[in-house]
Design a protein around this ligand. Structure first.
Ligand SMILES: Cc1cc2nc3c(=O)[nH]c(=O)nc-3n(C[C@H](O)[C@H](O)[C@H](O)COP(=O)(O)OP(=O)(O)OC[C@H]3O[C@@H](n4cnc5c(N)ncnc54)[C@H](O)[C@@H]3O)c2cc1C
Length: 429
């Protein structure tokens, strides 16, 4: 079955079937929610107006991490929680989530002393339940030929610690969950945009535009989940749902350049204002980022200023002959972090201090649930909370299945397994 046939079949199902839950938005949060609901016996549908994972879930730093930088804001419970989520993903998806070493170069810009930074990496390791290799101090003598692209004069001691990453990228990780949702019986279609909706006595009628053909049809569903990421507030407007939370946005840009680092490690550097930047492995290339700029518009784009800022930060640490200019940029990634904020409260002046924790808000009467904020790292928890909310909304679901995520089946086993899953799907339904 070709992918066009598969999509046509899925659209047909969305048109005809009466769903328990329609998930709007096929980024990581929508994909895991659809999978978790379908695996627990709900008739679930999933739509995205573009490719699956075409939004924030393809613009991240590809890290599955406990958030060491949140220690600066003393967010110990958040770091404890994210480390547990990271460890769980490391254990469940060894094919797609890998431990990676971070080499941090404190340089001259940081106000913290080396001993306090080093103590921070140990605290982080302890909060991470000692799941990864322990931190270590890299003496200046060992720094010289560690990464030949780095300028020796910028190097003092280095700090090494572990976190985790998605070598095959965030979008691939998300897509694996979409495939798993299909295999669990969900109906899922891309280029299918929710354009309007109305609530009737027995559920929702969501009008969906097939963006490939331009035609529109209605999906009938008892409940809706708004997983539209940065566009969730807009989707709530079209649903007519009002919420206690809303999103504020922080733009994050990465630049892809020719390979800089020798080892398969992430190098952490700091901009002149102390902001951390990552030099990340990206296949045979290197990805540098990210910025963290407050923006009003969730559809923000890269500016010349973003490019210059990242190149300047990287060049401070590079040997003169390896320094980068705009002509070295092979590709760019720009995403907007949706950050949950209670309506009426003002965003912090220190943007980094704004919590990166996700929030689920349910309108019990309208049977509408919105996912605010969140991180790739926390995706399994989001999905499990969604299932619990669905139970509270009165859906009779199967008892909690600890293997709902299909970790031991195909999710996270790589593209070949996903392709096999697609072929298998051709014979189903
Ligand atoms: C620069 C940057 C770096 C990051 N790095 C990390 C990291 O290293 N690790 C980590 O854990 N997290 C990271 N994050 C956070 C993480 O990427 C996001 O929290 C996560 O991807 C959000 O996923 P989502 O599913 O909520 O939103 P999205 O991925 O944006 O998905 C929402 C989807 O909804 C669709 N949609 C919108 N409106 C409609 C509609 N009307 N009808 C149908 N579909 C619609 C969109 O097309 C989109 O695909 C980073 C974020 C950014 C911006």
């Amino acid at each position: 079955m070709s992918s066009n046939d598969l999509r046509a079949k899925q659209l047909e199902r969305l048109r005809k079937e009466e769903l328990d839950v329609l998930v709007i938005g096929g980024g990581i949060n929508g994909a895991v929610s659809a999978l978790a609901l379908a695996a627990h016996g709900a008739r679930a549908g999933l739509i995205d107006r573009g490719d699956f994972a075409c939004g924030t879930s393809q613009s991240s730093s590809n890290l599955i991490w406990g958030g060491i930088k949140y220690l600066e804001h003393l967010e110990f419970p958040l770091v404890w929680h994210l480390c547990a989520s990271r460890n769980r993903l490391l254990d469940l998806f060894p094919g797609s989530v890998r431990e990676v070493r971070f080499l941090t170069l404190p340089g001259r810009v940081l106000k913290q002393s080396l001993p306090s930074l080093y103590a921070g990496t140990w605290l982080y390791w302890l909060l991470g339940r000692c799941r990864t290799r322990p931190p270590k101090l890299v003496p200046r003598s060992a720094m010289a030929d560690r990464e030949p692209a780095l300028d020796g004069s910028a190097l003092k001691h280095g700090l090494e610690y572990s976190d985790a990453c998605l070598p095959a990228t965030d979008a691939r990780f998300t897509l694996d969950f979409v495939f798993a949702a299909l295999r669990s019986g969900a109906a899922a279609a891309n280029y299918a945009e929710a354009v309007s909706a109305r609530r009737e006595a027995d559920g929702w009628l969501v009008r969906v535009r097939d963006r490939a053909s331009g035609t529109e049809f209605e999906v009938r569903s008892r409940a809706v989940i708004n997983a539209a990421g940065p566009f969730a507030d807009g989707v709530n407007s079209l649903l007519g749902v009002s919420t206690r939370f809303r999103h504020v946005f922080s733009k994050g840009v990465h630049l892809i350049v020719p390979r800089l680092q020798r080892k398969e490690e992430v190098v952490t550097i700091f901009a002149a204002d102390g902001r951390p930047f990552f030099i990340l492995p990206f296949g045979d290339l290197t990805m540098i980022g990210t910025t963290d700029t407050p923006v009003e518009d969730p559809a923000a784009a890269i500016t010349d200023e973003d490019r210059a800022f990242i190149l300047r930060a990287a060049n401070t640490y590079l040997k003169p002959e390896r320094r980068l200019s705009e002509s070295d940029i092979i590709a760019e990634r720009c995403g907007v972090r949706p950050l949950a904020l209670e309506k009426g409260s003002r965003a912090a002046t220190d943007w980094m201090a704004l919590s990166r924790r996700h929030r689920l808000e349910t309108d019990g009467e309208a049977k509408a649930l919105t996912i605010f904020g969140g991180k790739l790292t926390d995706c399994l928890n989001v999905a499990e909370e969604v299932v619990e909310e669905a139970r509270r909304l009165g859906f009779k679901l199967k008892p909690r299945d600890p293997l709902w995520h299909g970790a031991l089946k195909t999710v996270g086993r790589g593209p070949a397994d996903a392709a096999a899953a697609l072929i298998e799907l051709g014979g189903e339904r």
